[in-house]
Design a protein around this ligand. Sequence first.
Ligand code: KIV
Length: 287
Amino acid sequence: MSTHTPQKLITSYDIRQSKGKKKLSVLTAYDYTSAMIFDSAGVDILLVGDSLGMVVLGRSDTLSVTVDDIIRHSSAVARGTKHSLIVADMPFMSYEISVEEALKNSARIMVEGQAKAVKVEGAGRVLPQVKAMVEAGIPVMGHIGLTPQRLATLGGFKVQGKSAETALLLIKEAIALQDAGCFSIVLEAIPEALATRITNILKIPTIGIGAGAGCDGQVLVSHDLLGLYSDFTPKFVKRYANLASCMKNAVEEYCKEVESGTFPTKEHSFNMPEEEIRELDKLLKNK
Ligand code: KIV
């Protein structure tokens, strides 16, 4: 584990101010134990992503994740975090319907889920919601490009903004989100040349995932980075560990030791005073 010593709780204000000064590290987290490890390793932002639907709950997409799911996982992450900024995803249809719904659900995620900011996908029709949440005191992170909540209309996991025309639309969306008050924006699966241009145009930090090295920060799904999830691995994932095989080896060894009787040993067992054992055996005999 890193020897990095966290200094203080990072705020959305710090993230906004970091533009041009520091590259930001962002990682998804869904539970207390992982949050403690990632936080102590010095990750700037822990994202309670709706990717939890896939990597934790085993579903094929993110759509069925609920506000209650996000609240449960975000509060667990918060209990393990001392330093990183906690941003929680607003699930599918928890903010699209109306400004009122967006305010109600984001407030629950902040209060019950202990998140310090929320993330929404898309621009256009959600801009009034973003503006209202920011005005109400809820920091908002945007997310454009490949937006998994809109997979059905995007036609699958496809790189976005590859033509000059669609690239220009994404630039306009990024500016609109910044103007609506977002403190940073995730750029997912877009060409590096486009992400670099958006980064240069915006005054707020861009966080790339499959958007190249020109962004102000990078985000990965922790299960991908750690080699825990293999159902689907996008091209932009870099595996820094293979925890799946590490875990499998450990569990195989455990099964073997249980079967052979080499676990547990005296070291893992509790003692009882000899006279109590003799007394117990007497009681058993007299039964
Ligand atoms: O849900 C998630 O994990 C995300 C990241 C991939 C950006 O939105």
